[in-house]
Design a protein around this ligand. Structure first.
Ligand SMILES: Nc1ncnc2c1ncn2[C@@H]1O[C@H](COP(=O)(O)OP(=O)(O)O)[C@@H](O)[C@H]1O
Ligand SMILES: O=c1ccn([C@@H]2O[C@H](COP(=O)(O)OP(=O)(O)O)[C@@H](O)[C@H]2O)c(=O)[nH]1
Length: 252
């Protein structure tokens, strides 16, 4: 039995009770994980992914690459390109949360919206369950986990729930100046992202969260020699040139 206490962005203390309700959470999220829209995976025959070994402890563990960087750094854009070129399935933690927020009957919809609009990081129990369910539902064995882990709570929760079940390869870090990140997010909002956080007010909070909570996690991985840093400021094709080099050098 576990209990997560999270301070919601409006100052309300939210308790996610994971005794009996924890079971409900897992069951609820599991029921809705199949056929999710957030999963993008290569359809090209040359990129056919090996069948999933996930869940079977006697065989190879699924490979995971964490994709991190500031809001708007280009994580999603580059993940799509990696999916097209290499044998990976893209799981965006933000997309999974937005999908869960919009799911009819979700008991976490309002909480997730509150966190996203205010640039705060959703308690890991929700995000990690969504990620694990999506991995299982995909039937694949190589994953780009985009936008996670982005604080200590995320990292601790992942280590408790997932680290033994997967083979983490490296962290792909898209390094991008604050001004460029803000302009890209505002541009994404103006071109109709429909996201409730692609506006200046939310962005100020997102940047603050990134600097205070996410950068220390990247530094932690860096100290462990697990970060592949990419300059994310050039245009998307040039950035991908560097990304491609990293994946090829890593044996993919
Ligand atoms: N290298 C790039 N140069 C210019 N614009 C980019 C670049 N990469 C992404 N974008 C644009 O910036 C916005 C944010 O990119 P996205 O991939 O959604 O970022 P993230 O997933 O890191 O939030 C999108 O509108 C995207 O088209
Ligand atoms: O593991 C995650 C990933 C995302 N988010 C929330 O979702 C928002 C949008 O994240 P996403 O990765 O989609 O976008 P980015 O800010 O990187 O452009 C974040 O600001 C957080 O509020 C979260 O709480 N946990």
């Amino acid at each position: 039995m576990w209990r997560a206490l999270a301070q919601a962005a409006r100052g309300v203390t939210v308790s996610i009770d994971c005794g009996p309700r924890g079971f409900t959470l897992t069951q609820q999220l599991l029921r809705h994980s199949k056929g999710s829209r957030h999963i993008t995976t290569s359809t090209s025959s040359r990129n056919h992914q090996p069948p999933s070994k996930y869940g079977n402890m006697s065989v190879e563990k699924p490979k995971v690459v964490f994709v991190l960087g500031g809001p708007g750094a280009g994580k999603g854009t580059q993940c799509s390109k990696i999916v097209d070129r290499f044998q990976f399935t893209h799981l965006s933690a933000g997309d999974l949360l937005r999908e869960e927020r919009s799911r009819e009957g979700s008991e976490f919809g309002m909480l997730i919206e509150d966190y996203i609009r205010n640039g705060k990081i959703v308690p890991v129990e929700v995000t990690c369950s969504l990620l694990e369910n999506a991995m299982k539902a995909s039937g694949k064995s190589r994953f780009l986990i985009d936008g996670f882990p982005r604080n200590q709570d995320n990292l601790d929760g992942w280590n408790r729930q997932m680290s033994e079940k997967v083979d983490m390869q490296f962290v792909l870090f898209f390094d991008c100046g604050e001004d460029v990140c803000v302009q890209r997010c505002l541009g994404r909002g103006q071109s109709g992202s429909g996201r409730s956080d692609d506006n200046m007010e939310s962005l100020k909070k997102r940047i603050q969260t990134y600097n205070n909570d996410s950068l220390p996690i990247i530094k932690f991985f860096e100290a462990a020699g697990q970060v592949k840093r990419i300059d994310a400021s050039p245009d998307a094709d040039n950035v991908f040139g560097e990304v491609e080099r990293v994946f090829l050098a890593s044996g993919f």
